[in-house]
Design a protein. Structure first.
Length: 137
């Protein structure tokens, strides 16, 4: 395997740990506090909260999948070219990239923070994915 096919192990592990921590925090929050907070909203607000909750979970799931793919490349199970050929660029995912800044003050503060963290993480990994795809060959 060529050196450029190997993602830096420390970076991958740190990002994987960050993503899993965000997933655990999100799951705990959505299981308890979010349900209580959602009861205070009108039906339309609860619908929007659930929509954004699914966006949050989708971002995390896509980042985990990307990181597992990078591990597969690092471990020699896939080449970078094979990976690029079998998966869509993260920058093509409109659901995960969508962001409505007009909702910033609408959601409970902790939920808004989780949304922001998931978006920043997703955008960071999407940029890495774009870089990887440009240099794969």
């Amino acid at each position: 395997m060529r050196d450029r096919d190997r993602a830096p192990i420390a970076f991958l592990e740190k990002t994987f740990e960050e993503t899993l921590a965000l997933a655990v925090e999100t799951e705990g929050y959505m299981r308890s506090a979010l349900k209580r907070e959602a009861r205070r909203l009108a039906p339309g607000g609860r619908l929007r909260l659930n929509l954004e909750g699914m966006r949050l979970v989708s971002r995390i799931a896509h980042v985990v999948a990307w990181l597992l793919d990078q591990r597969a490349v690092r471990d020699g199970e896939l080449t970078r070219a094979e990976l690029c050929g079998r998966s869509a660029p993260m920058s093509d995912n409109a659901v995960c990239l969508a962001h409505d800044s007009t909702l910033a003050g609408y959601f409970p503060p902790r939920f808004a923070i989780l949304l922001e963290r998931s978006q920043k993480l997703y955008l960071r990994v999407a940029r890495l994915d774009d870089l990887m795809r440009r240099t794969a060959g």
